[in-house]
Design a protein around this ligand. Structure first.
Ligand code: OGA
Ligand code: NI
Length: 362
């Protein structure tokens, strides 16, 4: 394993965003690792007792976005019902006919991969300086605090309400701007549909949460081939913190979700978007629509790239169960500022359990 020695000679600048093994990019490590049959033991994270089933993968709901936005009241009402059912029964769905050109998604994918392909030295200026820094490049999950590491490099950028973005590679910023704005408007429609499916006014969630000034984070995950996909994980089991994360991938599978206590491989349809309900959706729906546990598996052949766009309320906004719902039912959760919730989630990751349980009214 010559590469660990090679990596430890990296500048001290870089080591700030390293794992305890001195790895600041798993991509660089994987490419320089000549002993292909082993990985550092700190990357052993896949639980052994997991129950994975495949036969349910085909029943993941598909939402036709063009029907949800239809002006025909009957078509729209049916689509709203389907959406509510998808949130209720599966806490996950694919979106087809979403209106984002395949060429745009492919361009964002291409530029995202180009970013990760830049030499480490060129990405140094973007290195992760903490939870709320606008541009963060790093590896694993919380590389400095965690005991176990994950086989992933990331770029996380705040794209709303202020649009931040790396200035390289050229053209990345422009396509990411267009893409993230389109995703925001899709999520807005989803939130309106969700409100209606709960029997509320279309704007019942958007207005009190001030979604139109909400926080959006663009994230590129890069999972290099891993010689031991039976031992390591790209990302551990977690729920996302916003309303919806919208995920697209470079045709390489790897996402698993937990459904009825079992892990299921998700193989999205070509050019669909995957909607992953997050904790804020569970919170505003007063527990009706739950966030979903998911994780990223690895393979030993292909680099997997995913775009995960997280959409939430404004960081400073206090969020609780939707007021209109509370006219008829008791709140299941306390209200909490979104920013505080994100911090709570960071702390809670060190301990097992759901972050939402911390604000549950018992
Ligand atoms: C995430 C996430 C899954 C994937 O970025 O929050 O869950 O398959 N990603 O990349
Ligand atoms: Ni996630």
């Amino acid at each position: 394993m010559a590469s660990i020695a090679a990596l430890s000679s990296l500048s001290s600048e870089h080591q700030k965003a390293c794992t305890s093994d001195g790895i600041s990019s798993i991509k660089t490590f994987a490419e320089s690792n000549d002993v292909v049959a082993s990985i550092p033991s700190s990357y052993h994270s896949l639980p052994h007792d997991d129950n994975v089933v495949d036969h349910l993968a085909d029943s993941i709901p598909i939402i036709d976005f063009s029907l949800l936005t239809s002006h025909d009241p009957q078509i729209h009402a049916n689509a709203v019902r389907e959406l509510g059912k998808a949130c209720q029964d599966w806490n996950l769905f694919m979106i087809i006919n979403h209106g984002i050109a395949e060429s745009l998604t492919e361009e964002v994918m291409k530029k995202s991969a180009e970013f990760h392909n830049l030499p480490l030295e060129e990405k140094k200026e973007f290195k992760d300086e903490g939870l709320f820094a606008p541009i963060r490049y790093g590896t694993s999950s919380h590389s400095q605090e965690e005991k176990v590491h994950y086989w992933r490099d990331y770029l996380r950028v705040t794209t709303f309400p202020e649009f931040h973005f790396p200035h390289k590679p050229s053209g990345f910023k422009e396509v990411a701007f267009e893409y993230t704005r389109k995703i925001r408007s899709i999520v807005r429609e989803l939130l309106q549909g969700v409100s209606e499916s709960l029997g509320l006014e279309a704007n019942a969630i958007i207005e009190p949460t001030n979604f139109d000034s909400g926080f959006q984070k663009f994230q590129v995950n890069l999972y290099p081939p891993c010689p031991r996909p039976d031992l390591a994980l790209g990302l551990p089991a977690h729920t996302d913190n916003g309303f919806f994360t919208i995920l697209a991938q470079n045709k390489i599978a790897g996402l698993q979700v937990k459904h009825d206590g079992k892990w299921i491989n998700v193989n999205p349809l070509p050019n669909c978007l995957l909607a992953i309900p997050g904790d804020q959706l569970e919170l505003v729906s007063n527990g009706r629509y739950k966030s979903i546990w998911h994780r990223a598996m690895l393979n030993d052949k292909n680099t997997r790239v995913t775009l995960a766009i997280a959409n939430g309320p404004p960081l400073e906004k206090e969020i609780g169960p939707t007021p209109e719902l509370l006219e008829k039912e008791e709140p299941l959760f306390k209200s909490i500022k979104f920013k505080d919730y994100i911090e709570l989630q960071q702390q809670a990751r060190c301990v097992a359990g759901r972050t939402l349980d911390n604000i549950r009214i018992t």
